[in-house]
Design a protein around this ligand. Structure first.
Ligand code: 13P
Ligand code: SF4
Length: 358
């Protein structure tokens, strides 16, 4: 989907029900569609009255994903939309760090994340003090923070990136002559990105002696130790298992999976890349190594495509966002994202740089 393409939002209850039946009937029973259509309709009415925009991450559950967002997408696409919106209120159906990015891009607007519990194991795995200590240890290094970090960490960073442009950001810095790139906080994304770009990887847990032994004139990506609690669970055995059971399946994996898993799958990329791939490339079936709702959302959107899904692997944070929470968010203007002005100012530059490198 192009950055600016808003999804059609139905005007009446009947239209909402028809739209949801068209999109969801082959993945959700009708009694559930009917129950959720009533909530979705209330959300869509309120949204118009309040001049709110709803951004829905690709991991939202199917009934929400296919009924109320004005825009759906991955972290990068939704950040771009947030940077351009004319709405007064932004409701981010995603996790807190995504809402924070929208707030940094729109300090004067009200930004709501419908659940207070929508954290992220990556964002929680690093603090601003950790970044300051890394800068002291590697003076002159550039700090690239994955968008899956809190605003206080972004404020200590030079660049942000998403899984959709991590390689481009690192290549950009290498082309600019930087030799040391601290890439935070996802160990696996850092290792996968270093390997894609063709540069060495050094774990910050390594000793100063080990670091000093690296060739000083070659670029190096220095990584941290956090992991996505969902994607780290996919194993090489899982890939082999899918291949045995579905030899004709194309396996797509998010680069938050381990390098060992990434080496065995067919396609690597952000959630947007997975959506685009399933839309554009014909295959007998597709197996997604990512949050399970993606498979449901794609099965709903592309009924002629066959999805193999791994539904034991869910993101408990993304899953806290429901249609009912989204309605309550608009009714009660909750939960508002508040950030210090100073943090907003300092985090803006790395986010702007992220959006400009695509
Ligand atoms: P994307 O930016 O690819 O949508 O990923 C976000 C995320 O949290 C993956 O776990
Ligand atoms: Fe964070 Fe992983 Fe959930 Fe994405 S799937 S929001 S990286 S915990």
């Amino acid at each position: 989907m192009p950055d600016s393409a808003a999804l059609p939002i139905p005007a009446s209850m009947d239209e909402t029900l028809t739209l949801m039946r068209t999109r969801l009937s082959h993945v959700i029973p009708d009694f559930e569609i009917q129950a959720k259509a009533e909530i979705a309709h209330e959300i869509n009415v309120l949204k118009r009255e309040m001049n709110a925009v709803i951004l829905g991450h690709n991991y939202m559950e199917p009934a929400l994903y296919h009924s109320v967002p004005d825009y759906t997408g991955d972290s990068l696409q939704l950040s771009v939309v947030a940077s351009k919106t004319q709405a007064d209120i932004i409701v981010f159906c995603g996790v807190l760090f995504m809402g924070e990015s929208a707030k940094i891009l729109n300090p004067s607007k009200t930004v709501l994340v419908p659940s207070e519990k929508a954290g992220c194991s990556l964002a929680e795995g690093i603090t601003p003090e950790d970044v300051i200590a890394l800068r002291q240890r590697f003076p002159g290094a550039m700090v690239v923070s994955y968008v899956n970090t809190y605003a206080s960490v972004k404020a200590e960073s030079d660049y942000c990136c998403t899984s959709g442009n991590a390689d481009k950001v690192v290549k950009h810095l290498i082309a600019a002559g930087y030799k040391q790139i601290i890439f935070l906080p996802d160990e696996y994304l850092a290792r996968n990105t270093a390997s894609d770009v063709g540069v060495r990887y050094f774990a910050a847990s390594g000793s100063d002696e080990e670091f000093a032994a690296l060739p000083a004139d070659e670029p190096v990506v220095i990584g941290w130790k956090s992991r996505c609690e969902v994607h780290e669970l996919f194993t090489v055995d899982d890939v082999d298992n899918v291949r045995r059971q579905y030899p004709d399946a194309v396996i797509l994996a998010h680069p938050e999976c381990s390098p060992e898993v990434m080496a065995k799958v067919d396609v690597a990329g952000s959630t947007k890349l997975m959506v685009d791939y399933v839309r554009e490339v014909d295959a007998p079936r597709y197996a997604l190594f990512t949050e399970c709702s993606m498979g449901d959302n794609l099965a709903a959107e592309f009924p002629h495509r066959e999805m193999v899904r791994a539904c034991s692997l869910r993101c408990k944070h993304m899953n806290t966002i429901t249609l009912q929470d989204t309605l309550e968010a608009l009714r009660k203007l909750q939960y508002q994202v508040h950030l210090d002005e100073d943090v907003i100012t300092r985090a803006r530059t790395p986010i702007d740089r992220m959006i400009s490198i695509r």
